[in-house]
Write a protein that binds this ligand. Structure first.
Ligand code: URA
Length: 245
């Protein structure tokens, strides 16, 4: 793996910052200063330090993507969210944790941590997802009451949602703890309107980073991964290298 990529994998630095500290001679591999960003390191065997701080190899990868419209949340061939990941696209085991419709934008977690992903998506965990939506016609106060009470969608009854009306009901925020197919669009339909724009702004404890433009992504910080693990109720305390603490 390239040295600059290894350094950014713990989520503390951008690729550009990594290139900068490598150029300035602040990075060592097994105690030797290395100034080439494309120097190959073995993540399992080499000791890499930046400015004297040892960088621990991150066994799993956790990515926050600001999904643009027009991309499918899948690992299949075609115009998928995976094609937005640049060098990470081919990393074995990476998958989008949950699905956003092709025309939905916003926060998508992509990881190769299957166990955590599975827990976060489990209906039993009630992990909250928050969305911003625009709709036409504007939702009435009664419409918001329907969203809040949890409408019957035919094949299931949605759990009560948290909502906020924006612009007189022409837009709103809604937070749900389920992730059924087209759930928000169907709930808004049941409340008397149609979604014209949908963006996920939160996934459990994660908030969409406002610095990420559509199609941009970054690694999660250690704190964000810990918060996700807490939200998923992970009790097996293992550190980022996979070692028991
Ligand atoms: N609800 C929807 O209707 N679509 C999404 O993409 C996500 C939630």
């Amino acid at each position: 793996m390239r040295l600059d990529k290894f350094i950014t994998s713990d989520g503390r630095m951008s690729r550009r910052e990594a290139a900068g500290i490598i150029r300035r001679g602040l990075v060592t591999v097994n105690g030797e200063t290395v100034r080439q960003a494309d120097f190959r390191v073995d993540p399992e065997a080499d000791a890499v330090a930046a400015d004297g701080r040892r960088i621990l190899w991150r066994r799993n990868t956790y990515i926050m993507l600001n999904k643009p419209a027009g991309f499918v949340s899948s690992t299949e061939k075609g115009k998928t969210v995976m094609t937005l990941l640049g060098d990470e696209e081919g990393r074995p085991g990476l998958f989008p944790c949950g699905r956003l419709d092709a025309d939905t934008e916003g926060l998508l977690l992509i990881t190769d941590d299957g166990a955590l992903g599975h827990l976060l998506l489990s209906p039993r965990r009630h992990v909250e997802k928050e969305y911003f939506f625009e709709c036409d016609p504007p939702l009435t106060a009664e419409g918001f009451d329907i969203l809040r009470s949890g409408p019957d969608l035919g094949d299931f009854t949605a759990r009560p949602a948290r909502t906020e009306s924006i612009d007189g009901g022409a837009a709103g925020r809604i937070a749900v703890t389920e992730g059924k197919y087209h759930q928000i669009k169907r709930m808004v339909h049941a409340a008397g309107s149609e979604v014209t724009y949908l963006k996920r702004t939160k996934f459990g404890p994660l908030e969409l980073d406002p610095a990420l433009g559509p199609g941009e992504w970054r690694y999660l910080t250690e704190g964000e991964v810990k918060a996700l693990r807490d939200a998923a109720g992970v009790t097996d305390e293992t550190d980022r290298t996979g070692e028991k603490k």
